[in-house]
Design a protein around this ligand. Structure first.
Ligand code: NAD
Length: 499
């Protein structure tokens, strides 16, 4: 049995708490490794060492820090297949999807190669007589990233690349279900030239997270995970005076207008609903066809596409559409929600229950399900299922569809399929959701824009990656300066406005 480690001061370090979590191979159901769960003392020691390393790193000029990202990007490319395999082995997603996970993280590293530009301050010459003002962006010190299981490469890279390039040290607490990719990325960062101690990977569960939230040296927390935990972490971090941005769960709707290309909409829904077994925060989990005719025609197109989906282990190569879900508990929860949908009156059009794969009977595979006639009171609509289940809510009009999306408590992503520019513009302007796709099912913005949901999909301020990340991981200091050239005339006793 492989015993994983923490990554402290540039080395693998064994856990000393005596507590471990099982890391499963979701395709076989077997435990493939155990990961140490850090104690408060281990976390505090990692933070103290990070604080010591951060001073020298912050004093390294921004261009040199960016060069570490250039070397890191090269190494990620060189090890792309190995990293993708590492992602798929612990998460279960297909290899092409594992590669996509690494690639979308790499793109944030690429933007950080130009970080000096983002870190420039502002300057006002002669704001008053002989007076100049300038503002600078300074790193916060030690910051923390706490990440979910579903993107083991991408989200740790979203956190660490901007935070480190801005001159901070980071404590990364990856998901205990998929910890190995973060450990490997830490090795590559060392090879790229990152000084020891600047990135500490501390594995753990709630105990380590709470220790981060209560540690006075940690200045900021960037969290991604489920909504209840996001809200909890935001509250505790903020109470303790930390800067916090906490991204949560989702329920993403796609509106399909009567004028949409229904074949394209059906293709998009199948990829966005069932890809990665539905375990994406930007997965489309609700299809909202407008009008009965649109709904009937859409269902008619969806059914054969869904029935054709190939479910299997990542080792089957490129020939599968999605893999297992993350744990036996996740599988049981999804199956329970499918049962609740039936019990509450939804129509199960494609039945994924009882799915078994020969040779992988103990794996966490879930067959694809499609529901029709779902209503907003049902649990399958209210809960984030995070599995291969698509619900169809029929809307009478565009306004009803828009109201449904607006009334939903989550606001991560949404999409509209239509041939009418006016409807699309109206939707983009009025919908209260952070990321909008127009004839585009999963509108994850490119790395030089920013990613963030609204409503219960995000707590705190500023988005992830892009310019917002540099604002989040730096604080502004503004200097007002005057250099006397003549003789000092004496003190001034009133609060002076600029002449
Ligand atoms: P999760 O909330 O269970 O775990 C996320 C992190 O929080 C992990 O590192 C975990 O160790 C820690 N954690 C779990 N329980 C905790 C507790 N009680 N106290 C303190 N820390 C705790 O989420 P998950 O199951 O790993 O990931 C799936 C969720 O993440 C989904 O809801 C998905 O929508 C969401 N997600 C959101 C985004 C986004 O950007 N909005 C991106 C990816 C995933």
């Amino acid at each position: 049995m492989t015993e994983l480690t923490h990554w402290i001061n540039g080395k693998h370090v064994k856990g000393t708490s005596g507590r471990f979590a099982d890391v499963f191979n979701p395709a076989t159901g077997e435990v493939q490794a155990k990961v140490p769960l850090a104690s408060v003392a281990e976390l505090d020691a990692a933070v103290a060492a990070a604080a010591a390393a951060q001073e020298g790193w912050a004093a390294t000029n921004p261009q040199r820090r960016a060069r570490v990202m250039m070397a890191f990007g090269d190494l990620i490319n060189k090890h792309m297949d190995e990293l993708a395999e590492l992602v798929s082995r612990e998460h279960g997603k297909t290899l092409p999807d594992g590669r996509g996970d690494v690639q979308r993280g790499l793109e944030v590293v690429e933007v950080c190669m130009g970080a000096p530009h983002m870190l420039k301050g502002e300057y006002t010459n002669d704001g008053g007589p002989g007076i100049d003002l300038y503002s600078m962006r300074q790193p916060l010190g030690v910051v923390a990233g706490i990440t979910p299981f579903n993107f083991p490469a991408m989200i740790p890279l979203w956190k660490m690349a901007p935070a480190l390039t801005a001159g901070n040290a980071m404590i990364l607490k990856p998901s205990e279900r998929c910890p190995s990719t973060s450990l490997r990325l830490a090795e590559l960062l060392k090879e790229a030239g990152l000084p020891d101690g600047v990135l500490q990977v501390v594995n753990g569960d709630k105990e380590a997270v709470d220790a981060i939230l209560d540690n006075d040296t940690v200045q900021a927390v960037g969290f991604v995970g489920s909504t209840p935990i996001a809200q909890y972490i935001y509250g505790r971090a903020a109470t303790n005076g930390k800067r916090a941005q906490c991204f949560g769960g989702a329920k993403n709707h796609m509106i399909i207008m009567p004028d949409a290309d229904l074949d394209k909409a059906a293709d998009a829904l199948v990829g966005a609903g069932y890809g990665a077994a539905g375990e994406r925060c930007m997965a489309i989990s609700v299809a909202v066809p407008v009008g009965e005719k649109t709904a009937d025609a859409l269902i008619e197109r969806l059914v054969p596409r869904i029935e054709k989906l190939k479910v299997g282990p990542y080792t089957a190569g490129n020939d599968i559409d999605y893999g297992p879900v993350i744990t036996a508990a996740a599988k049981a929860r999804i199956e329970g929600l499918v049962e609740s949908g039936l019990a509450q009156g939804a129509k199960l059009v494609v039945d994924g229950r009882g799915f078994k794969l020969q040779g992988y009977e103990s794996g966490f595979f879930v067959g694809p399900s499609l529901f029709d006639n779902v209503t907003p009171e049902m649990d399958i609509y209210r809960e984030e299922i995070f599995g291969p289940v698509l619900s169809t809510v029929r809307a009478k009009t565009y306004d009803d569809a828009l109201t449904l999306v607006k009334d939903n408590p989550y606001g991560n992503g949404t999409a509209i399929y239509t041939a009418d520019g006016d409807t699309a513009r109206d939707f983009a302007n009025k919908v209260n959701v952070g990321m909008v796709g127009i004839n585009f099912p999963i509108p994850v913005p490119l790395s030089y824009h920013t990613f963030g949901g609204w409503k219960k999909s995000a707590f705190g301020d500023l988005n992830q990656y892009g310019p917002d990340a540099f604002r989040f991981y730096t604080r502004t200091k503004t200097v007002t300066q005057r250099w006397f050239s003549g003789i000092k005339e004496g003190g001034e006793f009133h609060f002076k406005a600029m002449d």
